[in-house]
Design a protein. Sequence first.
Length: 65
Amino acid sequence: MSSPTEKLEREAALFLRIWPIALLLLVTFGNTLYVGAKSTVVTHSRQAIGMNERRQAEQRLWELG
């Protein structure tokens, strides 16, 4: 049976091996996931209103200056 100190040392060694890989994955794919999600939201919000609603909004903005 291992002592608590040995167990802690094993967990620390495992953490030191895993965190660089996790950081690399986050840096590599994190921005891609954010951009993909952002572009999906923009696409849906542009499609959410029709031409009539857009003309009404533009008219109202024109009236407001």
